[in-house]
Design a protein around this ligand. Structure first.
Ligand code: SF4
Ligand code: SF4
Length: 316
């Protein structure tokens, strides 16, 4: 039993082992890693209202990771025998990283599926990137998957988040992806006061009109993310919560993935527990995948709001 006298002095999300009320905090083991993420850098060509990682044209808190650094972790995947099938690339805007094509190619050469989270705007639409993507897609058919951030199926909502004209530019990028047969899915948001049915019907109409091979009713093809509102209070997740909520810890992202990032000013990249918490040192697990094989303590409001109570798995 925990000392009851300690309860009043402890604050929420303070102790990695014990909650404010003296209960054992929920922890998640890395059971069977399926995906390894790389953050390619936080710089982005735009600045969205609610970017969870606060990317912008000036935010370089996470700097561009290099192709050689990525290769070192691909080697470690083999050494550690992680059964990973997919490499995820997120930013910022991954197509701003000057070594992005080399990074994608190195992952493909090792037979991984490469999932890239992008806004499909100007960085992707540059001549050299388009040529590189076409070439790699021919060499490695069905292995490159782009997930496009399209916050809503209407311009007015999307542009409220991303700036005037952003919707049209993203659709131009998606038109190009359609014409080049590069596999595409969409990440939308659920902040518009609509039912899921209404949202999916809206996307379905748009995809049909633009002839996109994306199924608006398939939650793996059209992924709808809840917002992470930092100002809303959320309960801590105790070990008992799994049973009470009938939630399996193996469904939470940190049970099957990790993310490699390179912090500005640091010589080497580090491995984080997941893609969602990038600023807290507590979720930094070490320099190597071996060091990152530890259990993760759900000691952050995002764990509660987004993963356990919100039910989502990833974001861009
Ligand atoms: S949400 Fe995506 S597109 Fe928008 S600023 Fe963040 S990284 Fe860039
Ligand atoms: S935010 Fe989610 S995936 Fe990340 S450590 Fe917390 S529970 Fe795990």
């Amino acid at each position: 039993m925990f000392d009851k006298n300690e309860q009043n002095t402890r604050r929420k999300f303070e102790d990695p082992w014990i909650t404010e009320n003296g209960k054992r905090r929920a922890r998640v083991a890395l059971k069977s890693p399926k995906i390894l993420w790389f953050n390619t850098g936080t710089l982005c060509n735009i600045k969205c209202q609610n970017c969870y990682i606060k990317s912008s044209p000036t935010n370089n808190a996470l700097v561009y990771i290099s192709a050689n650094e990525v290769s070192e972790y691909l080697d470690q995947l083999v050494t550690q025998k992680w059964p990973v099938a997919e490499i995820g690339l997120t930013g910022g805007e991954p197509f701003m990283n000057p070594e992005i094509l080399g990074i994608i190619e190195r992952c493909l050469n090792r037979n991984y599926v490469v999932l890239i989270l992008t806004n499909a705007m100007q960085p992707m639409m540059r001549k050299n990137i388009k040529e590189g993507l076409v070439k790699l897609n021919k060499l490695f058919p069905y292995k490159i998957k782009l997930r496009i951030s399209l916050d809503h199926f209407k311009a007015i909502q999307h542009d409220t988040e991303r700036g005037l004209g952003a919707f049209e530019k993203t659709l131009q990028g998606m038109d190009w992806l359609r014409d080049t047969n590069i596999s595409t899915s969409v990440a939308g948001r659920t902040i518009w006061g609509e039912t899921e049915l209404e949202t999916r019907a809206g996307y379905s109409k748009l995809f049909k009109k633009r002839r996109y091979a994306i199924d608006a009713n398939d939650p793996t093809d059209t992924i709808l993310f809840p917002e992470i509102n930092e100002n809303i209070e959320t309960p801590e997740i105790t070990n008992d919560c799994w049973n009470k909520l009938e939630k399996d810890p193996d469904t939470v992202m940190c049970s099957y993935s990790r993310m490699v990032v390179k912090r500005n000013g640091m010589k080497k990249p580090v491995v984080l527990a997941c893609t969602l918490i990038t600023t807290s040192s507590e979720f930094e697990l070490g320099y190597t995948l071996k060091e990152a094989e530890v259990d993760v303590s759900l000691n952050h409001a995002t764990c509660s709001k987004f993963c356990v109570l919100g039910g989502a798995s990833c974001s861009h």
